[in-house]
Design a binder for this molecule. Structure first.
Ligand SMILES: N[C@@H](CCC(=O)N[C@@H](CS)C(=O)NCC(=O)O)C(=O)O
Length: 217
């Protein structure tokens, strides 16, 4: 039996979408976030030392890390979602599948942390200093990097339905989460917006959302 431990409003949407696409039988354990910290509850650490979501159990196997889970499920149950190793699309598949967590998500997480620092209650005389530091990192590094990455993705999606062209693959499963977060915050980038509209209307994605609740991160 497959069990997906899905923290609310998390990367677990990726895995639920994939499980629905593969039409696998699975059990869903929906986990509430801590109301103040927004982190996962300690109970998840009893299943895996890092206590993060998504977490998948398949028989005796317990697997964390959404990229690893996507590769595992596709290898085991759904090779149709991965191009043949000899085809030219294969390296593109590898690139986007790993780019999502390896390059794009760290920038989004850094952005979120800076926003939390900016919003944090501190004595009024310290606030301008904190703001000056976060502003300077945003201007010198974070914003130009984000812009470069979004331009890169926007150009890639030009005239494409999915990341590899016309065929949906594991690369889309991985890119869905960061692009959904970006599309809800950023204006412009019409190819990214259209891509997110497409994926959120995909029948398997809608089935996943019906079980997990609407995604609105
Ligand atoms: N790179 C990991 C990241 C896992 C991760 O940070 N998940 C978040 C939810 S999207 C989480 O569990 N946050 C709660 C916490 O850190 O306590 C993956 O792709 O699975």
């Amino acid at each position: 039996m497959i069990t997906l431990y899905a923290l609310k409003q998390s990367r677990a949407y990726r895995i639920a979408w994939l499980l629905e696409l593969l039409e696998l039988d699975y059990q869903l354990e929906i986990i509430e976030r801590d109301k103040t910290t927004f982190l996962a509850p300690d109970s998840l650490r009893q299943l895996h030392p890092l206590g993060k979501s998504p977490l998948l159990q398949d028989g005796d196997l317990t697997l964390a890390e959404s990229g690893a889970i996507v590769e595992y499920l596709i290898h085991r149950y759904g090779n149709a979602l991965k191009p043949d190793g000899e085809s030219p699309a294969f390296t593109d598949y590898l690139y986007w599948l790993h780019y999502a967590e390896g390059s794009l998500m760290p920038l989004l997480v850094m952005n979120l942390i800076f926003k939390r620092i900016d919003d944090r209650k501190v004595p009024f005389f310290i606030k301008p200093i904190v703001h000056k530091i976060t502003q300077s990192v945003r201007e010198s590094y974070l914003n130009p990097q984000l812009e470069r990455h979004l331009d890169h993705i926007e150009r890639h999606l030009q005239d494409k339905t999915w990341f590899l062209g016309e065929t949906l693959s594991g690369a889309d499963i991985m890119m869905s989460f960061p692009l959904q977060a970006i599309a809800s915050r950023q204006s412009g980038y019409p190819n990214i917006q259209a891509y997110v509209a497409r994926l959120t209307q995909h029948p398997a994605y809608l089935r996943a959302e019906q079980k997990l609740g609407k995604f609105h991160i």
